[in-house]
Design a protein around this ligand. Structure first.
Ligand SMILES: CC(C)(COP(=O)(O)OP(=O)(O)OC[C@H]1O[C@@H](n2cnc3c(N)ncnc32)[C@H](O)[C@@H]1OP(=O)(O)O)[C@@H](O)C(=O)NCCC(=O)NCCS
Length: 167
């Protein structure tokens, strides 16, 4: 099998603007992630948390990223996005694989996330990696359209041996 046309690596300081630009583009779709326009790209870039951030790049272009917000209580909360034209080509799966490896290395015992109930692609990706539904939040997000959207809470328990108490 040939190598995928993208590579996955830890995000670095010089990636901030590209990460924030991708985030703003996905926000402008108003479907998958909670944030909607307007996005202040410069401010997002400056505030971007690099610890726990892994990106996918094709050539010089950042085409996806996953962020794991590691809590000191041992769980990590995931946010992720792939550029629209790159979806369905394994970028999300490669990012999730790298994210799970990062979480195991960090000694987290669990990963979790919230996903809009109608986000079939994301739910399929999470199920593929073993995430299970843990509950639903009703009318959790007020959208710019005036609608209220429900979320599914999903979780993945990691290797028990990876859990540490010195986080
Ligand atoms: C969710 C998202 C990250 C998935 O990334 P991706 O690169 O398309 O994912 P992959 O190509 O690795 O596909 C992963 C699995 O999801 C499934 N899938 C992909 N697109 C799908 C779709 N439109 N409908 C149903 N299932 C889909 C496939 O079955 C695939 O599994 P397979 O490899 O066994 O075929 C991407 O769609 C995205 O960025 N969406 C907008 C932002 C978003 O919703 N973020 C998540 C917020 S919770």
């Amino acid at each position: 099998m040939s190598d995928p046309p993208f590579r996955v690596r830890a995000a670095q300081d010089e990636d901030r603007l590209a990460l924030a630009t991708l985030f703003a583009a996905v926000a402008s779709e108003r479907t998958g992630i909670a944030t909607e326009p307007p996005v202040d790209v410069e401010a997002r870039a400056a505030a971007w948390l690099l610890d726990g951030d892994i990106l996918a790049e094709a050539g010089e272009e950042v085409v996806g990223s996953i962020h794991i917000d590691a809590s000191r209580h041992g769980f990590g909360e995931i946010g992720m996005a792939v550029a629209r034209e790159w979806r369905g080509r394994g970028v999300g799966s490669a990012l999730m694989e790298a994210g799970i490896a990062w979480a195991n290395e960090r000694g987290l015992h669990k990963l979790c996330l919230s996903v809009f109930t109608q986000n079939d692609a994301a739910i399929a990706l999470y199920r593929k990696f073993g995430f299970v539904e843990e509950g639903r939040r009703v009318q959790q997000y007020r959208r710019a359209s005036g609608e209220f959207w429900d979320t599914i809470e999903m979780g993945l328990l990691l290797e028990p041996s990876a859990g540490r108490n010195d986080l």
